[in-house]
Design a binder for this molecule. Structure first.
Ligand SMILES: [Zn+2]
Length: 310
């Protein structure tokens, strides 16, 4: 491949230019300890500005092909043959790091979501997430009902108080690392996701986890991940949000503070100056899976994102 065609330097915005080209794609799925071919050699071409629909019955492999278009095979599946060329890069051959750079910034999977089709109250709609440097506030409902303190009782984390059943959102384009719908004694129902900037976030105490939130699922900023609850060790409904490892307060992130007054209210008006910061303490049982930087500049909203609705 010519270096000038790498995604970092090549951005041909002319309509009609081929953006995605799949040739001879074969995918196997594992069942009963054996591998079976479930996608048997497909070709497709998507030009910039086009919308491409895949039609097939449930289980025909539409989602599997959509995920493979990002160079991703969900657990229990593997890509066995073919090329997946996105804007000059063969995602079937690209490194994991190169693929993760594209995910969420230039190519994304928007999963069909059961929770997103719940009826919404007016309050929730008013509290819908706003993009701020690529991040959205992770709890809906608005500043009239959603509140948080600058600090936490225990270690760097945010206890975001909200009424039971308010929507919880993916706070950035991200990939789910873990999720658990059986309540953990401390964290309750929750998930850990890695945002596209490398930071890893854990959510706790959900009432309901959206069924689409499974390890490996790619989430869009603002996609609903569940409902605020009080499962696990919680005295009332709230979203416990923390970085993994919990080395700094989410409330100190510029994007978080940018939502004050529009998505939430401060419980304490001013931060406590010089307050002692207790030792970082990750939740027991939740491994610190990524040692990324605590702060990183979040790039501006991406262009030319390919979306798959299913
Ligand atoms: Zn907490």
């Amino acid at each position: 491949m010519n270096a000038s065609r790498s995604p970092a330097t090549r951005r041909d915005d002319a309509p009609g230019v081929t953006l995605l080209e799949i040739r001879g794609l074969r995918i196997e799925g594992q069942s009963e300890e054996a591998w079976h071919e479930i996608v048997k050699g497909i070709d497709l071409t998507l030009r910039r500005g086009e919308v491409l629909g895949l039609i097939g019955e449930s289980g025909a492999g539409k989602s599997t092909i959509g995920l493979a278009a990002m160079g991703y095979a969900r657990p229990g599946c593997r890509i066995t043959a073919g090329t997946i060329r996105f804007d000059g890069t063969d995602l079937a051959q690209a490194s994991e790091a190169d693929r993760r750079q594209l995910w969420g910034s230039r190519i994304a999977y928007v999963a069909q979501s059961a929770a997103a089709s719940f009826n919404r109250t007016v309050g929730s709609l008013l509290g819908a997430p706003d993009a701020s440097s690529g991040y959205v506030f992770p709890v809906g409902g608005g500043p009239g009902v959603v509140s948080v303190a600058h600090t936490h009782h225990d270690y760097p984390a945010a206890d975001i108080a909200a009424p039971l059943g308010e929507p919880a959102y993916a706070l950035a384009n991200s990939v789910v690392q873990r999720s658990w719908s059986t309540p953990d004694p401390r964290c309750g129902i929750g998930l850990t996701l890695q945002a596209y900037d490398g930071q890893v976030w854990t959510y706790c105490h959900l009432a309901v986890l959206d069924p689409a939130v499974t390890p490996g699922a790619v989430l869009s900023a603002g996609q609903q991940v569940g409902l605020v609850g009080a499962t696990g060790d919680a005295t009332g409904p709230h979203l416990h949000l923390q970085l993994q490892p919990a080395t700094s307060y989410p409330q100190e992130e510029p994007w978080f503070q940018g939502f004050a007054g529009t998505a939430f209210s401060w419980q304490d008006d001013e931060p406590t100056p010089g307050a002692p910061q207790p030792m970082a303490q990750p939740i027991r049982g939740l491994a610190a899976v990524h040692q990324g930087p605590v702060f990183r500049v979040v790039p501006a909203a991406p262009t030319a994102v390919v979306l798959f609705s299913r």
